[in-house]
Design a protein around this ligand. Sequence first.
Ligand code: C2E
Ligand code: CA
Ligand code: CA
Ligand code: CA
Length: 279
Amino acid sequence: AKKLGRNNFQFYTPAMNEESLERVRIESALRNALERNEFVLHYQPQLDLTSGQIVGMEALLRWQHPELGMVPPGRFIGIAEETGLIVQIGAWVLRTACAQNKAWQDAGLGRLRVAVNLSARQFGAADLIASLESVLADTRLDPECLEIELTESLFMSDVTPAVDLLHRMKSLGVNLSIDDFGTGYSSLSYLSRFPIDVLKIDRSFVADITHDANDAAIVTSIIALAHNLKLAVIAEGVETLEQLDYLRSHGCDEMQGYYFSKPLPAAEFEQLLVQRRAL
Ligand code: C2E
Ligand code: CA
Ligand code: CA
Ligand code: CA
């Protein structure tokens, strides 16, 4: 896709298709979305496969625009990254997710862990550590109850600053996980050099786990790899009982997916916690 520089003129020709028009519309609407309070977080439960308990949740960003309607992350995260807007948006996500988790803990709903997605662009921002520190101080959330989800792409370039930054994040006490594990093309060597806590198996491997022997082999290998490195492992995109049973019987620690619940608005997630407490 073309990057539209700040000083470039944009000519709309008949050749410019619907999609690029929508892109331009999204980009300009995105600039005002934070101050207009158009973002919300949904929370998807993460379950311990041994106890069946909800042990955490992933915060997933939703954008409700008055005219564009509900814009899915796939339509705007990339644009937010290209324009750099993701740095501010991501800071809002981090603060909101931590404050929400602390509020649930204070309400006696359990000591859960909240997972927040961090884009590579935020990872490169100068004030990442300061921003993490101030969110933890302001919300008074125990850092152990925060997990930062990173993608493998972060580990491919400029390895030295990444190691340094991850150790600084780790020294704050937060958990670090690798999202979409297995889909990048980085070497595995980084796993021993970076202070990682969790591998998150990408849902593309989970989807056919019970029908495709190769996917099953990949998933059991990732579980073994994680455990040999003393890391926890979570599977995402679990949609069926068969997938859940397979993962549990092969020692996967946690799962997340539509089989148990789709991502929920905060009020609905809270209801779920209240109901499960009453069981
Ligand atoms: P992700 O981090 O891999 O998040 C998991 C995605 O899988 C979510 O899509 C979730 O709704 C979906 N999902 C969960 N369970 C299932 C399932 O059982 N089956 C299927 N087919 N899908 C499932 P969503 O919410 O549309 O988010 C898409 C992507 O947008 C995320 O992928 C993440 O890369 C990005 N994203 C979302 N929120 C944020 C954010 O706050 N910051 C950043 N940087 N990226 C975000
Ligand atoms: Ca994620
Ligand atoms: Ca993922
Ligand atoms: Ca993904």
